[in-house]
Design a protein around this ligand. Sequence first.
Ligand code: AHG
Ligand code: MN
Ligand code: MN
Length: 329
Amino acid sequence: MKRASGQTVVILEEALDLLADQVSGVSLISDIALAAKVISREVNRAGLSEILGEIGRENSHGEQVQKLDVFADEVIQRALYRSGLIACMASEENETFWSVPDDFSRGEYVVAYDPLDGSSNIDVNVSIGTIFSIHSMISSSESGELKDFLQAGKKQIAAGYVLYGSSTMLVYTAGKGVHGFTLDPSVGEFVLSHQDMSFPDPPRHVYSINEANYNTWKTGQQLLIDHLKDGGGFSSRYIGSFVADFHRTLLQGGLFMYPEGKDAPNGKLRLLYECSPIAMLAEQAGGRSSTGYGDVLEIVPDSLHQRVPLYVGNSELVDLAEDFLRDRD
Ligand code: AHG
Ligand code: MN
Ligand code: MN
């Protein structure tokens, strides 16, 4: 596509077309991008419409569901049904997975997603996101089975997130690098703005964690934070929206942590639609992710909403975290 200035810009659909013969199913990202544009419009006018606040019920995790959680979930469902490429879906907002309704044609992929990440930040106008993970089906069933979702993160064919921030960005990987597109509202297209994203080396020394949980952590985790604070030249940043905290870590370098604790023996973040997709992006961007004891991408999930502790960022900082957890617990 050319701008009026004659400058050539690459839009998301063009980039995905170039990739389509190498990674089948990648056009699903274009369907997610359509949903992201609709969600972005609603997010950007949230204070003006009746979309803020809670709907008055809890989800399966015991968390208050926000109106925007439900809106985003429904928009993504509709966009993906029409793709004709997926058999079934799993969402943070639904206890079980479900098959694409019969009135839509089904395909050979499954999508797990967090429709709106960082819900606690919606009403205070802080960046929020959407996270998605795409797997090829392994079952022979036409409408999909649970085992199609319970695959290790290393089997994902693509993963990514949308960040509804000062601009709306879609960042994805299909196993051939990490690429970022920024929504140009004047044309309604996601335009390539960050090609081949990778963790900076050396990283800015930033660690990101909710330190209010310090007294619930194991000794190794406490000593790790003490070490990072002790003259290591680190600063601390914590937004409380995983997508925003990860995006900053990817751009500037550093280490994001959501560790286990007395009140959260497996941490808080869900493996299928938060940790695994971000772990694929991190690995493709030259970093890595760990539960503190092993690579996130190797874990075979035992349930849709399984939680795991998460350390993600520059490889040497994730390695440092593992050293503290292994040697001192
Ligand atoms: P979600 O809104 O999808 O439930 O995710 C919220 C998560 C994640 O975005 C963030 O990193 C984490 O919750 C923050 O948790 P704390 O408030 O416990 O720090
Ligand atoms: Mn989330
Ligand atoms: Mn969510």
